[in-house]
Design a protein around this ligand. Structure first.
Ligand code: AHM
Ligand code: MG
Length: 332
């Protein structure tokens, strides 16, 4: 049970027994994410002070410019998790291929692989708007002690054992689930400790916020256009309020607390939408469902999609149950 002033460290220890396989491995993993999150938080917070803004000069595999902080965050998380053989493999949105962590003379007997988007919403960095880290954890499917293979990473989202995000916002929070609800921890920057601030977060069943990049409106499928018009109608509890930050973590976090729906549809230009299934949609969908919300690609539950490639994209519609159900009527 959460108690007053409970820290994330205490919470992890006290809840270890609730994991299906409680060898302490998963606890160590979440602890390492907690540490790396603090390191990245420190860097994100002083971004305006040091010459760390701007492009690092390299492109990620999607051909997008990488910011220096993306590179920093990527390295910080990979270092925290590979140094101590906390996981047996890591796939990152910033790296083309996954990394196998075999340990000294192949002694790594760890069960878990990590998929991570180290700094999501990076176009917001230069303008002091919230960004986030998203992570997803699976048990490997190949034998322990052997190098990991692609099949360890290409698992449907419903097999996640844990997922979460860090939001570097007006305050820094770590929110995660191990399949027993969703808990949120806020960093006290003065002492560098995360405290349980949002126990058992519940996605409101209905809401009044819709979040979508309406600049792409003309390219949206007709059903989505019709739904947006419905959101704007002056009837009953509508029009809804439009709120779009352009940082997935922040947009979902707000909607999960206030009630709302997030839409990133496919368009003619991007037939699979923009968001990545493994690094962004699956981990967020696990959290959303654990909080009582819904996440779909318009046809199927996000967590049921069988992935075929590490960097695959998917349309993404997620939020309050009633709102997603209404949207589905329009999508047909
Ligand atoms: P990124 O991984 O390059 O940072 O892009 C992902 C971000 C999400 O955080 C956000 O929801 C979306 O891209 C916004 O896209 P757009 O600018 O097209 O609205
Ligand atoms: Mg991203």
């Amino acid at each position: 049970m959460p108690h007053e002033n409970q820290t994330l460290g205490e919470f992890i220890i006290e809840n270890q027994a609730a994991f299906s396989y409680s060898t302490g491995e998963l606890s160590r993993l979440i602890n390492s994410i907690r540490l790396a999150a603090k390191v990245v938080n420190h860097e994100v917070n002083k971004a305006g002070l040091v010459d760390i803004l701007g492009n690092a000069g390299s492109e990620n595999i999607q051909g997008e410019d990488q910011k220096k902080l993306d590179v920093f965050a990527n390295e910080a998380f990979i270092k925290a998790l590979s140094n101590r053989e906390i996981v047996c493999g890591i796939a990152s949105e910033e790296n083309e291929d996954f990394i196998s962590i075999s340990g000294k003379s192949n002694t790594n007997t760890n069960h878990y692989v990590l998929l991570i988007d180290p700094l999501d919403g990076s176009s917001n960095i230069d303008v002091n708007v919230s960004v986030g880290t998203i992570f997803s954890i699976y048990r490997r499917v190949t034998p322990i002690g052997t190098p990991v293979t692609l099949s360890d990473f290409l698992q449907p989202g419903h097999r996640q054992v844990a997922s979460g995000y860090v939001i570097y916002g007006s305050s820094t929070m770590l929110v995660y689930t191990t399949g027993h609800g969703v808990n949120g921890f806020t960093l006290n920057p003065a002492i560098g400790t995360f405290y349980l601030s949002h126990p058992q977060i519940q996605f409101p069943k209905n809401g009044a916020i819709y979040s979508v990049n309406e600049g792409n409106y003309v390219h949206f499928p007709q059903g989505v256009k019709n739904y947006i018009k419905y959101c704007q109608q002056e009837v009953e509890d509508r029009p809804y309020t439009s709120r779009y930050i352009g940082s997935l973590v922040s947009d979902i976090h707000r909607n999960m607390i206030k009630g709302g729906i997030y839409l990133y549809p496919q368009t003619a230009v991007s037939p699979q939408g923009k968001l990545r299934l493994l690094y962004e949609c699956n981990p967020m969908a696990f959290i959303i469902e654990q909080a009582g919300g819904l996440a779909t690609n318009g046809q199927q539950r996000i967590l049921d999609i069988e992935p075929t490639a590490l960097h695959q994209r998917t349309p993404f519609y997620a939020g309050s149950q009633k709102m997603v159900a209404d949207l589905m009527q329009f999508l047909g």
